[in-house]
Design a binder for this molecule. Sequence first.
Ligand code: 3HC
Length: 498
Amino acid sequence: MIGLGTMGAGIAEVFARGGLPVTAVEADAGALARGMGIIDGSLNRAVSRGRMSEQDRAEVAGRITPAGSLADLSGADLVIEVVPEQMPIKREIVTGLDQVLRPDAIIATNTSSLSVTTIAAHSAHPDRVIGMHFFNPAPVMKLVEVVTTVLTAPSVGAAVTDLARALGKTPVQVTDRAGFVANALLLPYLNHAIRLLETGYASREDIDLAVTAGIGLPMGPLTLLDLIGLDTSLAVLEVLQHEFGGSRYTPAPLLRRLTDAGRVGRKSGAGFYDYRQADPGQGPGSGQASNQDQPAAPGSVTVLAEPAAARADELAGLIEQAGITVTRDPGQPSDLVIVAVGPDGGVTGPATAAGRPNDAVGLHLVTPELAEIVAGPRTSEQAVSAARALADRLGLRSVRSPDRPGLLVGALLYPHLRDAVAMVGDGYAAPADVDAAMTLGCGYPRGPMTLLAEAGPDRAVAVLAAMHAAYGDPAFAPHPLLADYVAAAVSPLEYPGR
Ligand code: 3HC
């Protein structure tokens, strides 16, 4: 193992837990000590949580030998480099390894962004160079993308695939294209979340809560960026932008600024969230910060319906059950007007027609646990606060969204699903591989193609077309394959698009 940062240490732990002796190299003694400290911390945590015996911990730790130079790797069957994502550093390592390794030893790179082909081309044995891409946290995430190039010997691909399986991971074989499967889908979605934050579309907590409570992913995008590292995320996006072009991959200015400032996430103590507080667990994803100063729930509410929204009756019933007086008559006085809206919002029309644009708020029930509170151009802050208090009273978590196509959840979700469809349409990955990558690599409960099948391709087309019309960005235009699913009534899970 060369490089014992967050990923290198995690991968070393995976191999040692798998019973293989590991030599862990860092040129700098301080970095080596820090890396070994990460491994010790992780193993100790496993023991304290009762997931590993003290004897196993000692055995696993005993399999990892710290070392200071490439020469210490001369007997290795496989070397994995996990050094920073800079080609000159990778090149130096690959050429250095040529001097010390047996000619049949495999060199694997954990690069998440650079071309494995270019790295291989620097070796005297490019047929034995391969990508072995793990996911953070490496001991937990099951996916390993095995990246073969036009130069890789088939036997090397097979050996590394078998090895990944023997380590308890699920290998997915991919060819050398920027971002492979998982990062090429994950990073543009994370980038979009940063844009929504920096343009004031939604707050940090609401963006994260929209994804965890609204879509069911294990982490909100800003919390996940802090885990991956903003510097790493920026590096991956730059490569994606170079390879594919377009707004989805153009790094959000805020990502660059935070990286320049050294605020690169958990590993530096702060990123989008601050981890130096006494209890960082209270920060990311809590969704409570913006609710702190809110008033009591309103005593009386007028419930109106945006014409396309079918759920006004359900909402009125919920509010009544919470002991709040409900009227459906716009002429009756009340503390707050709630317009039951669908996933595309539309609070302004009914609010204006009722003559109460300032105290009218849209409410979209996303899931039984989450409501989107939709503020129109004339909605007052007091009305938004009262609506959030009302959601609290109903036992709902809430996120605030502007009255825009897709609101907050849809604006994050549908372009992400579109990217997945485009990857299938390109013939780079089959629907099942896309879903496997995102469930096993990023902890999605269901992959994007399954999410699309559940939401309905017609729904995706509608939101994307509305986003495209509103913003004019071709990245939101419904993909032709998406239109095929709708026109031919074929399932996104079954139709490979070619
Ligand atoms: N090291 C070892 N084990 C860890 C760990 C770590 N850093 N972090 C969490 N764990 C273990 C915990 O000990 C726990 O194990 P247990 O259930 O046996 O006790 C288990 O993982 C679950 O952890 P927690 O209960 O503390 O927390 P969560 O249930 O919230 O899960 C998570 C944490 C697994 C990280 C989950 O939030 C998740 O899946 N998040 C998504 C992560 C993701 O998307 N990763 C991919 C990023 S992209 C990438 O890495 C590619 C790169 O090229 C950019």
